[in-house]
Design a protein around this ligand. Structure first.
Ligand SMILES: NC(=O)C1=CN([C@@H]2O[C@H](COP(=O)(O)OP(=O)(O)OC[C@H]3O[C@@H](n4cnc5c(N)ncnc54)[C@H](OP(=O)(O)O)[C@@H]3O)[C@@H](O)[C@H]2O)C=CC1
Ligand SMILES: O=C(O)[C@@H]1CCC=N1
Length: 279
């Protein structure tokens, strides 16, 4: 791989920089990063990872065959407009923007582009992202393979149809937050029932890892695995009864649907913003 220009220097950008370097996929001198205006952040990335940082667009894009869009969706229109003259059809554009379609990116850039749209999650920071990726028709087989290699440096990478990416965003993009929410509840209850904080944390973490491994490796369904824990008249039955009475499973389903709808809404809002600008 030649050179990547990363536009946006936040947590997602850092996860990819770290993953690419740890896996020896690219030389640090070929990873170039820019952001809107936070020079301190660029200095941190330069100091920590030895990557190149700049606000000089000519230098940023010179020889770049990969461009990663890693700003917030609300900043996408202005950021892409700002760099559009440097984007070419030969480059591969990798987007991690929630809710922003490949068509919208081309519309902002006002030119056809080879784009992959992805939805990773913050577990990319520890190489454990669950990432879904879609590619448009201009992306070559070689670029698909490149993309897969890049995303596999931060975890699991699965190709899906673009129409499924909003649902993926609601499910696994936001997913870590749902799990942290559950962990918060487990931590609070551990404190209330008098368990020592550090011990409780270790037990909670191992319980989550163990349950995840069971779902991954067992041939049983998650429903069956839950039933296996639940002895008749026992503790789990008493606990699950409270969850059922409180409609917790339905609430989780509504939560994922709401996040999916929000991803769709964010994409539409950006389209509207563009229409308003043009009219
Ligand atoms: N966080 C998450 O869980 C996930 C996020 N995503 C997606 O990843 C993207 C990035 O998220 P995250 O890393 O959390 O965001 P951060 O807020 O951490 O970082 C955003 C970065 O974008 C930069 N930026 C803003 N405007 C511009 C511009 N005009 N030109 C260049 N850079 C600009 C900011 O620079 P400055 O600091 O100078 O303003 C900052 O470096 C989002 O689109 C999000 O939807 C995808 C999956 C999961
Ligand atoms: O909350 C968000 O919009 C981003 C996208 C997926 C996770 N975080």
């Amino acid at each position: 791989m030649n050179k990547i220009a990363i536009i946006g220097a936040g947590s997602m950008a850092e996860a990819f920089i770290s993953g690419i370097l740890e896996n020896g996929l690219m030389d640090r001198k070929n990873i170039w990063v820019t952001n809107h205006s936070n020079e301190e952040r660029l200095s941190y990335l330069r100091g920590t990872y030895g990557v190149e940082t700049t606000y000089d667009l000519k230098a940023l894009f010179a020889g770049a065959d990969l461009v990663m869009l890693a700003m917030k969706p609300k900043d996408a229109a202005s950021a892409i407009q700002y760099i559009r003259e440097y984007l070419t059809e030969q480059m591969l554009i990798i987007s991690v923007l929630a809710g922003v379609s490949m068509g919208t990116i081309e519309a902002i850039a006002e030119k056809p582009l080879a784009i992959v749209r992805s939805m990773p999650n913050t577990s990319a920071t520890v190489g454990k992202s669950a990432t879904a990726i879609a590619a448009n028709a201009r992306v070559s087989q070689e670029q698909i393979e490149k993309t897969k290699r890049i995303f596999e440096t931060v975890g699991l990478a699965k190709f899906v149809k673009e129409e499924h990416l909003d649902a993926v965003t609601g499910l696994s993009g936001s997913g870590p937050a749902y799990i942290y929410y559950l962990i918060e509840a487990m931590e609070k209850s551990a404190e209330e029932i008098g368990l020592e904080k550090q011990t409780a944390k270790e037990l909670i973490v191992q319980t989550l890892i163990g349950a995840a491994e069971m779902v991954k490796k067992s041939t049983k369904t998650s429903t069956q695995l839950r039933k296996d824990v639940t002895s008749p008249g026992g503790t789990t039955e008493a606990g699950i009864r409270v969850l059922e009475e409180s409609g917790v499973q339905e609430a989780f389903i509504s939560c994922i649907k709401a996040a999916t709808a929000q991803s769709e809404k964010m994409g539409k809002a950006l389209c509207k913003q563009l229409e308003v600008k043009r009219s």
